[in-house]
Design a protein around this ligand. Structure first.
Ligand code: GRF
Length: 222
Protein backbone atom coordinates (compact mmCIF):
# COMPACT_ATOMS: atom_id res chain seq x y z
CA UNK A 1 0.00 0.00 0.00
CA UNK A 2 1.11 3.55 -0.77
CA UNK A 3 0.28 6.74 1.06
CA UNK A 4 -1.65 8.74 -1.53
CA UNK A 5 0.53 11.32 -3.21
CA UNK A 6 -0.80 14.89 -2.82
CA UNK A 7 -1.39 16.33 -6.28
CA UNK A 8 -2.43 19.72 -7.67
CA UNK A 9 -3.79 19.82 -11.23
CA UNK A 10 -3.60 22.92 -13.44
CA UNK A 11 -6.03 23.41 -16.33
CA UNK A 12 -7.10 26.10 -18.77
CA UNK A 13 -10.05 24.57 -20.62
CA UNK A 14 -12.05 21.46 -21.41
CA UNK A 15 -10.53 19.27 -18.71
CA UNK A 16 -10.98 15.84 -20.27
CA UNK A 17 -7.57 14.69 -19.06
CA UNK A 18 -8.46 16.03 -15.62
CA UNK A 19 -11.67 13.98 -15.74
CA UNK A 20 -9.73 10.84 -16.69
CA UNK A 21 -7.42 11.38 -13.70
CA UNK A 22 -10.39 12.02 -11.40
CA UNK A 23 -12.08 8.82 -12.62
CA UNK A 24 -8.99 6.66 -12.13
CA UNK A 25 -8.46 8.14 -8.68
CA UNK A 26 -12.09 7.55 -7.73
CA UNK A 27 -11.90 3.92 -8.83
CA UNK A 28 -8.88 3.38 -6.60
CA UNK A 29 -6.44 2.77 -9.47
CA UNK A 30 -4.39 5.91 -8.86
CA UNK A 31 -2.71 6.26 -5.46
CA UNK A 32 -3.07 10.03 -5.33
CA UNK A 33 -5.06 12.63 -3.46
CA UNK A 34 -6.14 15.54 -5.68
CA UNK A 35 -5.83 18.48 -3.31
CA UNK A 36 -6.92 21.19 -5.74
CA UNK A 37 -7.65 22.02 -9.36
CA UNK A 38 -6.42 25.45 -10.40
CA UNK A 39 -7.36 27.25 -13.61
CA UNK A 40 -5.96 30.44 -15.10
CA UNK A 41 -9.29 30.95 -16.84
CA UNK A 42 -12.51 31.49 -14.86
CA UNK A 43 -14.59 29.93 -17.67
CA UNK A 44 -12.62 26.67 -17.96
CA UNK A 45 -15.12 23.83 -18.36
CA UNK A 46 -12.84 21.57 -16.34
CA UNK A 47 -13.62 23.55 -13.19
CA UNK A 48 -17.14 22.21 -13.41
CA UNK A 49 -15.88 18.59 -13.61
CA UNK A 50 -13.75 19.20 -10.56
CA UNK A 51 -16.56 20.77 -8.52
CA UNK A 52 -18.97 18.00 -9.45
CA UNK A 53 -16.43 15.54 -8.10
CA UNK A 54 -16.21 17.45 -4.84
CA UNK A 55 -12.71 18.78 -5.48
CA UNK A 56 -11.45 22.15 -4.34
CA UNK A 57 -11.13 24.60 -7.22
CA UNK A 58 -9.23 27.87 -7.49
CA UNK A 59 -8.95 30.46 -10.24
CA UNK A 60 -5.81 32.55 -10.66
CA UNK A 61 -6.78 34.67 -13.64
CA UNK A 62 -3.67 35.62 -15.60
CA UNK A 63 -5.38 38.75 -16.92
CA UNK A 64 -5.32 40.15 -13.37
CA UNK A 65 -1.51 40.24 -13.41
CA UNK A 66 0.81 42.73 -15.06
CA UNK A 67 3.34 40.17 -16.29
CA UNK A 68 4.31 36.50 -16.36
CA UNK A 69 6.50 36.79 -13.26
CA UNK A 70 3.80 38.15 -10.96
CA UNK A 71 1.25 35.68 -12.30
CA UNK A 72 3.59 32.74 -11.77
CA UNK A 73 4.42 33.94 -8.26
CA UNK A 74 0.72 34.06 -7.37
CA UNK A 75 0.16 30.65 -8.95
CA UNK A 76 3.11 29.19 -7.10
CA UNK A 77 1.88 30.53 -3.76
CA UNK A 78 -1.54 29.03 -4.41
CA UNK A 79 -0.12 25.65 -5.45
CA UNK A 80 2.28 25.51 -2.50
CA UNK A 81 -0.49 26.15 -0.01
CA UNK A 82 -1.67 22.60 -0.89
CA UNK A 83 1.83 21.10 -0.40
CA UNK A 84 1.73 18.84 -3.45
CA UNK A 85 4.29 16.16 -4.19
CA UNK A 86 3.34 16.45 -7.86
CA UNK A 87 1.93 19.23 -10.04
CA UNK A 88 0.08 18.02 -13.14
CA UNK A 89 -0.41 20.27 -16.17
CA UNK A 90 -3.55 19.04 -17.91
CA UNK A 91 -4.18 21.38 -20.82
CA UNK A 92 -2.66 24.33 -18.97
CA UNK A 93 -2.07 26.84 -21.76
CA UNK A 94 0.54 29.13 -20.27
CA UNK A 95 4.24 29.54 -20.88
CA UNK A 96 5.89 29.18 -17.48
CA UNK A 97 8.76 31.30 -16.19
CA UNK A 98 12.14 29.65 -15.48
CA UNK A 99 11.78 30.38 -11.75
CA UNK A 100 8.46 28.56 -11.60
CA UNK A 101 9.73 25.57 -13.54
CA UNK A 102 12.86 25.37 -11.40
CA UNK A 103 10.81 25.48 -8.20
CA UNK A 104 8.90 22.34 -9.26
CA UNK A 105 11.76 20.54 -10.96
CA UNK A 106 11.20 16.79 -10.92
CA UNK A 107 7.58 17.11 -9.75
CA UNK A 108 5.97 18.90 -12.68
CA UNK A 109 4.45 16.81 -15.47
CA UNK A 110 2.81 17.78 -18.76
CA UNK A 111 0.97 15.88 -21.47
CA UNK A 112 1.52 16.88 -25.07
CA UNK A 113 -0.41 15.60 -28.11
CA UNK A 114 2.48 14.43 -30.27
CA UNK A 115 5.32 11.95 -30.26
CA UNK A 116 7.87 14.36 -28.84
CA UNK A 117 10.39 15.57 -29.90
CA UNK A 118 8.21 15.78 -33.02
CA UNK A 119 5.76 18.68 -33.16
CA UNK A 120 6.25 20.72 -30.02
CA UNK A 121 3.84 23.67 -29.79
CA UNK A 122 0.33 23.95 -31.19
CA UNK A 123 -1.73 22.35 -34.01
CA UNK A 124 0.15 19.09 -33.65
CA UNK A 125 -2.47 16.92 -35.37
CA UNK A 126 -2.66 18.99 -38.54
CA UNK A 127 1.11 19.26 -38.63
CA UNK A 128 1.47 15.48 -38.35
CA UNK A 129 -0.96 15.00 -41.25
CA UNK A 130 0.75 17.68 -43.34
CA UNK A 131 4.11 16.03 -42.74
CA UNK A 132 2.71 12.72 -44.04
CA UNK A 133 3.32 10.92 -40.74
CA UNK A 134 2.12 7.34 -40.49
CA UNK A 135 2.28 7.38 -36.69
CA UNK A 136 1.20 10.05 -34.25
CA UNK A 137 0.46 10.05 -30.55
CA UNK A 138 0.97 11.68 -27.20
CA UNK A 139 3.77 12.08 -24.66
CA UNK A 140 4.05 12.69 -20.94
CA UNK A 141 7.18 14.58 -19.96
CA UNK A 142 8.82 16.28 -17.04
CA UNK A 143 8.63 20.04 -17.54
CA UNK A 144 11.85 21.95 -18.00
CA UNK A 145 12.52 25.49 -19.22
CA UNK A 146 12.53 24.13 -22.76
CA UNK A 147 8.84 24.24 -23.84
CA UNK A 148 7.61 20.73 -24.65
CA UNK A 149 11.27 19.74 -24.51
CA UNK A 150 11.65 18.10 -21.09
CA UNK A 151 12.54 14.43 -20.69
CA UNK A 152 9.72 12.16 -21.92
CA UNK A 153 8.76 9.26 -19.68
CA UNK A 154 5.85 7.68 -21.49
CA UNK A 155 4.34 7.74 -24.98
CA UNK A 156 1.52 6.16 -26.90
CA UNK A 157 1.58 5.80 -30.67
CA UNK A 158 -1.37 5.27 -33.02
CA UNK A 159 -1.54 4.92 -36.80
CA UNK A 160 -2.59 7.92 -38.88
CA UNK A 161 -5.36 6.81 -41.27
CA UNK A 162 -5.53 7.81 -44.92
CA UNK A 163 -8.83 9.62 -44.35
CA UNK A 164 -7.87 11.33 -41.09
CA UNK A 165 -8.32 15.04 -40.68
CA UNK A 166 -7.06 16.98 -37.67
CA UNK A 167 -10.34 16.47 -35.79
CA UNK A 168 -10.58 12.68 -36.23
CA UNK A 169 -6.91 12.22 -35.41
CA UNK A 170 -7.17 14.51 -32.36
CA UNK A 171 -10.14 12.52 -31.06
CA UNK A 172 -8.28 9.20 -31.29
CA UNK A 173 -5.15 10.65 -29.71
CA UNK A 174 -7.21 12.17 -26.90
CA UNK A 175 -8.72 8.78 -26.06
CA UNK A 176 -5.19 7.46 -25.68
CA UNK A 177 -4.16 10.48 -23.60
CA UNK A 178 -6.83 9.51 -21.10
CA UNK A 179 -5.02 6.20 -20.48
CA UNK A 180 -1.53 7.60 -20.82
CA UNK A 181 -1.59 10.35 -18.22
CA UNK A 182 -3.03 8.24 -15.38
CA UNK A 183 -0.42 5.58 -16.11
CA UNK A 184 2.46 8.07 -15.91
CA UNK A 185 1.07 9.66 -12.75
CA UNK A 186 0.67 6.22 -11.21
CA UNK A 187 4.32 5.33 -11.85
CA UNK A 188 5.39 8.63 -10.33
CA UNK A 189 3.12 8.17 -7.29
CA UNK A 190 4.47 4.67 -6.75
CA UNK A 191 8.01 6.11 -6.96
CA UNK A 192 8.79 3.78 -9.85
CA UNK A 193 9.84 6.74 -11.97
CA UNK A 194 11.68 9.96 -11.09
CA UNK A 195 14.00 12.59 -12.50
CA UNK A 196 17.51 12.21 -11.11
CA UNK A 197 19.85 15.07 -10.18
CA UNK A 198 21.44 15.13 -13.62
CA UNK A 199 18.03 15.50 -15.30
CA UNK A 200 17.72 11.89 -16.47
CA UNK A 201 14.69 9.72 -15.92
CA UNK A 202 15.09 6.60 -13.83
CA UNK A 203 12.54 3.85 -13.92
CA UNK A 204 12.64 0.93 -11.51
CA UNK A 205 16.15 1.99 -10.58
CA UNK A 206 17.48 1.99 -14.16
CA UNK A 207 18.22 4.85 -16.52
CA UNK A 208 15.36 5.24 -18.99
CA UNK A 209 17.23 6.01 -22.20
CA UNK A 210 14.06 6.19 -24.26
CA UNK A 211 10.44 6.80 -23.31
CA UNK A 212 8.39 3.84 -22.16
CA UNK A 213 5.67 2.96 -24.69
CA UNK A 214 2.11 2.25 -23.63
CA UNK A 215 0.52 -0.22 -26.04
CA UNK A 216 -2.42 1.56 -27.78
CA UNK A 217 -5.91 0.43 -26.89
CA UNK A 218 -4.98 -1.75 -23.91
CA UNK A 219 -6.10 -0.90 -20.42
CA UNK A 220 -3.45 0.91 -18.41
CA UNK A 221 -1.95 -1.43 -15.83
CA UNK A 222 -1.70 1.04 -13.01
C1 GRF B 1 -4.71 17.79 -24.59
O1 GRF B 1 -4.68 17.43 -25.93
C2 GRF B 1 -3.32 17.83 -24.01
O2 GRF B 1 -2.45 16.91 -24.61
C3 GRF B 1 -2.88 19.23 -24.33
O3 GRF B 1 -4.01 20.02 -24.18
C4 GRF B 1 -5.18 19.23 -24.38
C5 GRF B 1 -6.01 19.37 -23.16
O4 GRF B 1 -7.27 18.76 -23.30
N1 GRF B 1 -1.76 19.63 -23.51
P1 GRF B 1 -8.21 18.59 -22.03
O5 GRF B 1 -8.43 19.99 -21.47
O6 GRF B 1 -7.53 17.71 -21.07
O7 GRF B 1 -9.48 18.02 -22.58
Amino acid sequence: MYTPLPVVILISGRGSNLQAIIDRTGSGELPIEIRAVISNRPDAAGLEHASLSGLETRVIDHTDYADRETFDQALQACIDSYMPGLVVLAGFMRILTPGFVHHYQGRLLNIHPSLLPEFPGLNTHQRAIDAGKREHGASVHFVTEDIDGGPVLLQVSIPVREDDDAATLAARVLREEHRLYPQAICWFAEKRIFLDESGHIRMDGKLLDQPALLPAGTDAAC
